[in-house]
Every structure is written in C-alpha cells, then in structure tokens.
Design a protein around this ligand. Structure first.
Ligand SMILES: Cc1cc2nc3c(=O)[nH]c(=O)nc-3n(C[C@H](O)[C@H](O)[C@H](O)COP(=O)(O)OP(=O)(O)OC[C@H]3O[C@@H](n4cnc5c(N)ncnc54)[C@H](O)[C@@H]3O)c2cc1C
Length: 353
C-alpha cells in the first residue's frame, strides 16, 4: 500500500468520497487546487450489485466505480484518506500536518460566529487527527431509515428496494409488494406498476388511501392489503413473501420500501449548519443553492444526497462537479482581491513632503 504524504492544510477538504465527493475532488484537483478527500467508506448503494441508469458505466459495481474515481483524483495529485470526520469548525485549531488534537469531539461544540470564509476551517477525524482547509465540500450522503419489519434489513438493496430507476428493470414482471411507509408510498406503487402488472400495496402503518388514491390504485389493478407487515420471508436467500401481524402470508418476490432519508450532517453542527425537514416529508436535508451547492455558511458547499435526497449517482456526481467549479471560482475571487490589494499597495505613489 502506498502511503501518501499529506499536507497540514488544503485549499479544499471534501468530506465524503462517494460519487459527489469524488467528482468534486476531480474538478478541484484538475483546477490545480490542493484537495483532500476524507471518506468513511459507506456509500449508500453499497448493498447493490450494480449502478444502473448511468450511461457508459451501466451496471458497474458501486465499489468498482468509486475505486476508479479515487484513482482519477489521485492521478491529478488529489489526496484521499479513509476516515470519519466527526466535526468541523471555523478557524485554525490544528497543530501540524494531520495533527492529533486533544479532543476532536470538543471541536463539535466550537463557535461559528465568524462568517468570514477566509478564516478557513479545521476538520477533526474520529481517530484524533485534524486538518485545515480554506473551503469545505460536504458530500456525506444520507442514511435510509427502514421501517421496523423483521428480516427486512438483510434484504435491503437486493430484493427489498426503494427506487424503480435503480432496480425496476431487474424486478420487471415479478410479484412486487410496496410497503406503505411515508408520503411517497402510493406514488411508488403507481411507479412500480410500470415494471410489473403484479403489484400489491401493503397499507402497513399508513392510514387508508384517500378516495382519489384508492381509485388510482384500483384503476391500475393494485390491490390494497390492510394490516401491518411484521416480517419478510425467505427461502435459499431469496425473498418469497411477507407475513402480516395477523399471521396472513402474502407471496411476493420483491418489495419496494420507501425509506425515511436523513442527511448525514451531525458533523456540521459546529458550523451552525443543521438538517431541516424536506418539504416532501420524505426526510431531512441540508439546504443549499440548487445549482452550486453553496450553503448559508460562507465557505461551505454541499453536493449529492446530503442536500438532494432524490439524487442518483449521475446527479450526485454532476452536483459535485458543479460545486467543485464554484469553490474554485470563489478561491479565484479571493486570490484576485488579495492580489489587487497587494498591487495597489506596491504601485501607490509614495507621498513626498
Ligand atoms: C440500495 C440502493 C441502490 C441504489 N442503486 C442506484 C442505481 O442503480 N443507480 C443510481 O444512480 N443510484 C442508485 N442509488 C442511489 C445512490 O446510492 C446515490 O445516488 C449516491 O450514493 C449518492 O452519492 P453521494 O456521493 O451523495 O453519497 P454516497 O454515495 O452515500 O457517499 C457518501 C460517502 O460519504 C461518506 N461519509 C459519510 N459521513 C462521513 C463522515 N462523517 N466522514 C467521512 N466520510 C463520511 C460515506 O461513508 C460515503 O462513502 C441506490 C441507492 C440505494 C440505497
């Protein structure tokens, strides 16, 4: 294994090395910025066999895509380390190259009163190391919170799925059950009907569909089954059905499960950035400018699922690239202003008395 020589300070630290973070880092490294990606190695789609709906890389295993992305970033001089960031705050609290802080957890309570991006940031890792950055790109993704159903977690990303565009083709024409969980559940049932004529909606813990929804489901031939789902059933490591709380068994070979999607953003609290409820009710996200990823905290950008709950790999990567370009432009503006100030100072006529 090659050990990289790391800096004590970077133009940009990218927190999270999934599609968004790696594409952001690629743009920045190619813009001749010093960039460090810190990645905890748990991309959201890790349980899936392949990435779908991504042109030119259709079906590539998620780990292969990210390994290739890491290689590309390193090819332009970007640094990447495995690690978990536990806090970030404004200003310099380091003591040298990836220094060991007294207590990185203390950093989480740091002040965030200064809104001046030029003060830079200190990023603290779980292993005690710290590193400085002029700008931050936060691409930590989200956590899918699954409903409490026995055995469901073990099927996640395999035959328990959430996204028709990621998995619909793979489960086409199969017996699909959609779990009533959250505000997108009925929409999801209507979507999956595009891939199979055999779709059943399990009301689970939701209220009964409205009259309009009931009519839509009926018109599309989607039966509604009342009662909570208590367990998924399997045979030879394949889903065979679900068991309802009253003991009824319903045969299904695929389950569509809307999750509650929650941005991984606890580490941003010290900067005054907190996740908020998404207007759709589908989860929590970090608000940011739609096109650039710029947050309300000067110097901090976001991209990917941490700010856009619906982003797929292609969108996340594109947003990371866009955020990278905007961070570079922001640094160019700061450097130009500094250069103009220095230029004026050097060229001002000397007063003669
Ligand atoms: C089962 C499943 C299958 C999917 N299939 C597809 C598909 O076929 N096609 C498609 O386009 N999309 C698919 N998706 C969606 C896809 O996973 C997301 O679009 C994509 O992962 C978003 O990229 P991201 O970079 O925002 O976040 P992620 O890929 O989740 O990457 C975030 C990274 O940040 C790291 N991180 C988090 N917190 C910290 C921290 N504090 N310090 C350091 N690192 C941290 C994580 O460990 C992770 O490596 C699927 C999702 C799921 C759940």
């Amino acid at each position: 294994m090659v050990t990289e020589q790391l800096n004590d300070s970077y133009d940009v630290v990218v927190i999270g090395g999934g599609a968004a973070g790696l594409n952001g880092a690629l743009m920045l490294a190619r813009a001749r910025r010093s960039v460090l990606v810190i990645d905890a190695g748990q991309p959201r789609n890790a349980p899936a066999d392949g990435v779908h709906g991504l042109f030119a890389r259709e079906g590539v295993p998620p780990s292969e895509l990210l390994a290739r992305g890491r290689e590309e970033v390193r090819g332009y001089g970007g640094h990447i380390i495995d690690g978990e960031v536990v806090a970030a705050h404004r200003g310099d609290r380091t003591a040298g190259p990836l220094a060991h802080a007294e207590s990185p957890r203390q950093v989480a309570t740091a002040d965030h009163e200064s809104a001046d991006a030029s003060a830079g940031f200190t990023v603290a890792l779980a292993d005690g190391r710290t590193v400085r950055a002029r700008r931050l790109l936060v691409t930590t993704g989200l956590v899918d919170e699954l409903p409490e159903i026995d055995g469901l977690k073990a099927r996640w990303g395999r035959d328990a799925i959430h996204c028709p565009y990621c998995h619909g083709w793979e489960v086409r024409d199969r017996a699909i059950g959609v779990i009533g969980n959250g505000p997108m559940a009925i929409h999801l049932a209507l979507l999956f009907r595009q891939w199979s004529e055999d779709v059943v909606f399990f009301q689970h813990t939701m209220s009964p569909p409205t009259a309009e929804q009931a009519e839509q489901l009926a018109a599309r031939g989607i039966p509604v089954i009342a009662g909570a789902v208590s367990a998924v059933e399997t045979e030879d490591d394949r889903l065979t059905g679900v068991r309802l709380a009253d003991g009824t068994r319903v045969a299904r070979t695929a389950l569509a499960v809307p999750t509650r999607m929650v941005a991984r953003a606890g580490l941003l609290a010290g900067l005054g950035l907190h996740p908020v409820e998404h207007p759709s009710g589908a989860g929590e996200y970090i608000p940011a400018e739609a096109l650039t990823g710029k947050t309300e905290v000067p110097g901090v950008w976001t991209a990917g699922n941490v700010t856009d709950l619906s982003a797929q790999v292609g969108n996340a990567a594109a947003a990371g690239a866009m955020a990278g370009a905007h961070i570079n432009a922001d640094l160019v503006n700061e450097e130009t202003a500094d250069a103009v100030a220095a230029y004026r100072a050097a060229t001002e006529p000397v007063a003669v008395h």
